[in-house]
Design a protein. Structure first.
Length: 102
């Protein structure tokens, strides 16, 4: 059995975050959402999910597949960081971009 740990890739599900269609009329919220969308699109756009499919295929067909395969930029570093943090600390880290203070 192998565990495939993908990084972030451009897919139909979350490949590009959409911009809100209505204005919140709250400048701080508008700025935070714009930052998150820009960051997400900068990170994700152009990352081919076929790399994950290829890793899965190699695990399925390989003679001696590894226990874990990391696919994508920085995912090994992200997995190591996740192991260091509690669930609450990890959630705060992931949500930090949403709650930037002006």
């Amino acid at each position: 059995m192998s565990i495939v740990s993908p990084g972030v890739f451009q897919t139909g599900v979350g490949g590009e975050l959409w911009e809100p269609t209505r204005d919140s009329e709250e400048p701080a919220y508008r700025e935070a959402v714009a930052d998150v969308v820009a960051d997400w699109n900068r990170i994700v756009v152009g990352r081919d999910p076929d790399l994950v499919a290829e890793a899965i295929q190699q695990c399925l067909t390989g003679e001696d597949p590894p226990a874990r395969v990391f696919v994508g930029r920085n995912c090994e570093r992200g997995a190591a960081k996740r192991r260091e943090l509690s669930d609450d600390e990890w959630a705060r880290l992931l949500l930090r971009p949403l709650f930037r203070r002006p």
